[in-house]
Design a protein around this ligand. Structure first.
Ligand code: APR
Length: 229
């Protein structure tokens, strides 16, 4: 009985694009319509918290209306053959709803909230809105989301995971945002690296196998490829 290989994947907005959740920086991305610093930064929160709450309420309300796609499902099914760990920049719950068990959300989760005064008091809010005046322990509730200008608390745990990879894949991310994008550098020497994206991603490493497909096609193809590796 051979032990299952450790497959570590880093996913971004592109893996949820075909589920109908908008990406940020490519065609029709969210940051074409919203000023990221107004709705997704700690300064934006201080300036106009109601605007920030409404931005995340809108995105949270969309969650129950969308479904995991073939890419999320292929990663969940791969758990039968590999020890799969998903590190995602996404704040949706599609990996979990597809059946992935080990999901690390680098940038937080739409279905969670916390009081502004206590970062560790994280509560499940499902698909409910957070409104100004909703408090916990006497503090205003805020989305459990990592905003620009804030630390990424799960980064060290993510780095440790990538350092144990026997296969590493990057799926549906423009690799524009650090520190997440820097995870690539922690893949062990000799660990095969794959990148799945329909567009050209300027990646400085030559030792990456690029699968230039949309995720719903590219991820099942990728799993087929590594099955026979
Ligand atoms: N399948 C796979 N990849 C796709 C698809 C698709 N169907 N459609 C688009 N993509 C790719 C794009 O080519 C791009 O490389 O997904 C990537 C999306 O990039 P971004 O919009 O920058 O999203 P992401 O990389 O996840 O952003 C990182 O930035 O705004 C912050 O916190 C936010 O987590 C987010 C972070």
């Amino acid at each position: 009985m051979t032990t299952r290989k450790r497959l570590i994947v880093l996913t971004g907005a592109g893996i949820s694009a075909e589920s109908g959740i908008r990406t940020f920086r490519d065609m029709g991305g969210l940051w074409e319509e919203y000023d990221v610093m107004e709705v997704a930064s700690i300064d934006g929160w201080k300036k106009n918290p109601q605007l920030v709450l409404e931005f995340y309420n809108q995105r949270r309300r969309q969650l129950p209306t969308v479904e995991p796609n073939e890419a999320h499902k292929a990663l969940a099914d791969a758990q039968n053959l590999f020890n799969v760990f998903v590190i995602t920049q996404n704040v949706d719950n599609l990996h979990e709803r597809a059946g992935s068990k080990n999901v690390l959300h680098l940038h937080g989760e739409l279905t969670k909230a916390r009081p502004t005064g206590n970062p560790n008091r994280i509560i499940d809010i499902g698909y409910n809105d957070i409104n100004w005046g909703d408090t916990l322990d006497g503090y205003q509730l805020r989305p459990h989301i990592v905003w620009f200008g804030e630390e990424v608390p799960m980064m060290n745990e993510a780095i440790k995971l990538v350092q144990t990879a026997e296969i590493f894949a990057v799926i549906g991310t423009s690799l524009n945002v650090y520190p997440a994008a820097g995870l690539l550098d922690y893949a062990p020497k000799g660990c095969p690296i794959y990148l799945i994206d329909p567009n050209d991603i300027n990646i400085w490493r030559r030792d990456v196998t690029v699968i230039k497909e949309k995720a719903s096609v590219g991820v099942p193809k990728f799993i087929e490829m590594i099955k026979n590796e």
